[in-house]
Design a protein. Structure first.
Length: 265
């Protein structure tokens, strides 16, 4: 790599990196070249996508970024009709809370639980996701059902670790409601996965704030304090303006809209 950099610098007649004991830092000329290379790569990737999208039958990779719990509890359990209808569509799901840069083609499209601020993204609001406080009947039979906000403090609450990327704003609303912070409560569990929180509540480990769609048809879970509801979370499907005519994105968008119509959010 060092030889290749030196050869490129010699070819261009400029120094691209400041070299020091702790590593390399781009020079002004190196920064210009790095940004130009990124632009070229982005344009080449766009041209490849446009060529692929021009084919009559959609085929090729489609990279979708979303949160792990949405994928594991909502998207993948309902994906069979999509992949059977489009066998040449190479679907890649990127499942974490990191914000992928769609403009730099880190992903083709995203399902996000907040309204994006970037002006160059097409934003389709899919649904408003509603939440309640839930507990399993097994847990409530053993520990009792809290009747007031104050009584929440007597129960094990399942929280999201502070300081980590979160799938949506304030996943620890339940602690704010009870007048506590996660660090104040030793009768608690913390995990940075909404799917894991759901499974923990389901297994009787404690109480948690969960999306209503997860409880559709379940009779082993109960709503706690039904008159007190967390703020709903808006869900958006977003993709770059330049991908407006992408057949692959359109297919996945239509799949999501159909799935929303079948889901009790």
């Amino acid at each position: 790599m060092s030889r290749q950099i030196s050869s490129l610098e010699e070819s261009l007649g400029v120094i691209l990196f400041h070299r020091h004991a702790r590593g390399l830092i781009l020079t002004e000329q190196g920064d210009i070249l790095e940004k130009a290379a990124r632009d070229i790569f982005s344009q080449m990737a766009l041209i490849e996508s446009q060529i692929s999208d021009s084919k009559q039958r959609p085929e090729g990779p489609l990279r979708i970024t979303t949160t792990s719990f949405l994928a594991s509890t909502w998207i993948t359990p309902n994906m069979a009709p999509l992949v059977e209808s489009y066998p040449d569509l190479q679907l890649v799901l990127l499942l974490d809370n990191r914000i992928y840069n769609l403009g730099m083609r880190e992903a083709d499209a995203a399902i996000r639980l907040y309204k994006p601020e970037q002006p160059d993204l097409i934003q389709l609001k899919l649904a408003a996701m509603n939440f309640h406080i839930y507990g399993s009947k097994a847990y409530l039979d053993k520990h009792g059902k809290p009747k007031t906000v104050e009584e929440l403090r007597e129960h094990r609450l399942i929280a999201y670790p502070e300081g980590l990327p979160t799938p949506f704003a304030d996943p620890n609303w339940l602690f704010r409601l009870s007048g506590q912070e996660p660090a104040d409560n030793y009768n608690m569990m913390m995990m940075n996965s909404m799917a894991a929180i759901y499974q923990s509540v389901l297994s009787g480990s404690g109480l948690g704030m969960l999306p209503d769609y997860l409880m559709d048809g379940r009779d082993d879970m109960e709503i706690i304090l039904p008159d007190i509801t967390p703020p709903s979370i808006d869900m958006y499907f977003v993709y770059p303006e330049e991908r407006r005519n992408s057949q692959r994105i359109r297919i996945f968008r239509d799949f999501l809209q159909d799935l929303v119509g079948k889901t009790a959010f």
